[in-house]
Design a protein around this ligand. Sequence first.
Ligand SMILES: [Fe+2]
Length: 183
Amino acid sequence: MQLKFSHAVLNVRDLAVMVEFYVDRLGFVETDRGPLGPGAPDIVFLSQDAQEHHQLALAVLRKDDASASALNHLAFRVDQFADLKTTHDRVIDVAGVKVAPITHGNALSVYFNDPEGNGLELFWDTPWHVRQPVVQPWDITLDEQSALDWVEAQYAEAEGFEPLADYYAGRHQALLNAPDSAD
Ligand SMILES: [Fe+2]
């Protein structure tokens, strides 16, 4: 199993200021935005990579008054569905570690924490794009095909549902058309 770094999520206080900084000063493109659930705070997804829905996401979840660093989680992509279960089984009995299988429709994930409480996500891409944010528990005892069938049934009618390849082809074209793409 190989873990490939994908994205980080930061807890933030002032979404407008933070989004403006990352978009206007550092050149990120907003790829999705919305509430994390009914009545829940917003999350904004940012990317400069046509092959990543988000490289960075900012969630209005920050409660501490520290001057910097508010990591929500680091995320790593795995190539095999089976890697999710393998990892789940490896970490489930570590003292202080809590594990939560969550799907975003475009991925099946296992969220957990390291022994000092830092958030981690391992995810495996599904064949579909689903407009974000989507957060829903899934049954990690399902086999690969059953899990995919369940995801498709959950989100096939959702706005923006499309094959992943079509979504990334569109994102690639949008980046090529961006005003500063010659940089
Ligand atoms: Fe994530």
